[in-house]
Ligand binder design. Structure first.
Ligand SMILES: O=C(CCCl)NNC1=[NH+]CCN1
Length: 331
């Protein structure tokens, strides 16, 4: 079996949403596929009105296939301190023509203000490893873990694009979606993330390759590229107007600064992925400001390196859960 679904970026590529059908008759919600967490949770009719702001709500009572898991609850807090919590139902979930008939659907009873404010986002599909699912008394499998046994190949792929729709594929690799070869690197799933080691980085096409290993996670649910301080310093030292602005919470530079270099990260056996300098200017710091917030920021706040959407959209990425490895290709 296999599946394929389009993902659509929100403004500034802050997140990527995909249509998901839940229940019978099907209820379609727009969800954020998040490889940095492992709960599938949705805005629901169990929420207080004050926490809802335009989102589509899953109504388990309107689904003939919904079964409440009595006594089960869930509560999750993300790296950016946003959070949500609620009850657990079992229902049928379809993503891109791929159906899991008994998926744990976590219906929100409470969400933090970040989620309330994001009216386009109806919830998350966590595709990290099930070991960090937050359901109690027993943790639940992710959508991919439930689907995996029936798939042609135990992989899903992420093709995120800058300012344009891309695709998530399940169970197969679309050889037309990338160029050159896919370089595979081992994944350590002990802490539930897609954690891998980059052999190093290079700033600019003429820079030297810096063989300092970078341990981090591939996370579709994080917008920016969060790297060790030393790497950030090496990058921003090449941008004339760059400075670290604590008041803005990170590195900024003049938006019209033409010296923003490309950033290359190593994946293995000599391959590098090139992130165009244009991806590394994120957004104006304030309306009317001449300064822009950098797409690369320090990982010191979150405690480990996160290869977020800014890095992932420069590549075709294979999340190979069957072999616990990540595949990286240019495109
Ligand atoms: O929480 C994280 C970071 C994992 Cl260390 N990523 N996923 C996510 N989902 C919503 C905001 N961020």
């Amino acid at each position: 079996d296999r599946g394929s679904v389009q993902n659509t970026p929100k403004s500034y590529d802050v997140e990527y949403l995909m249509p998901v059908s839940i229940g019978t008759p099907s209820q379609q919600l727009n969800l954020d596929l998040d490889t940095g967490s492992s709960d599938l949770w949705v805005f629901s009719t169990l929420l207080k009105e004050s926490m809802v702001n335009g989102q589509t709500l899953y109504d388990p009572n309107a689904s003939t296939t919904a079964d409440k898991m009595e006594g089960y609850t869930w509560k999750i807090t993300y790296g950016d301190q946003s959070y949500s919590s609620g009850d657990v139902y079992i229902d049928t979930v379809t993503i891109g023509d791929l159906t899991v008939s008994t998926q744990a659907v976590e219906a929100a009873k409470e969400v933090s203000e970040e989620f309330t404010a994001d009216s386009d986002n109806d919830g998350l599909v966590g595709l990290g490893f099930g070991i960090i699912n937050t359901a109690k008394p027993y943790k639940q499998k992710t959508f991919f873990e439930k689907a995996m046994p029936g798939l042609d190949s135990p992989v899903f792929t992420a093709d995120l694009k800058a300012g344009a729709p891309g695709r998530y594929n399940f169970g197969y690799i679309d050889d037309g979606a990338y160029s050159g070869n896919i370089t595979y690197v081992p994944v350590n799933s002990t802490d539930g993330f897609w954690r891998w080691v980059s052999p190093g980085f290079q700033v600019g096409s003429t820079g030297s390759f810096n063989s300092t290993r970078i341990h981090g996670i591939a996370d579709t649910g994080t917008t920016l590229l969060l790297l060790p301080d030393g790497v950030c310093e090496a990058f921003y030292s090449q941008i004339a107007s760059a400075e670290y602005e604590p008041s803005q919470g990170g590195y900024t530079f003049e938006c019209d600064d033409s010296t923003i270099p490309d950033f290359y990260f190593g994946t293995g056996n000599g391959q590098m992925i090139r992130i165009p300098g244009s991806y590394l200017s994120y957004s104006k710091t304030d309306t009317g400001s001449s300064r822009c917030f950098g797409g690369m920021q320090s990982d010191s706040g979150v405690g480990f390196t996160i290869w977020g959407d800014i890095a992932l959209k420069a590549a075709f990425v294979v999340f190979d859960q069957g072999n616990e490895q990540l595949g990286w290709a240019e495109k």
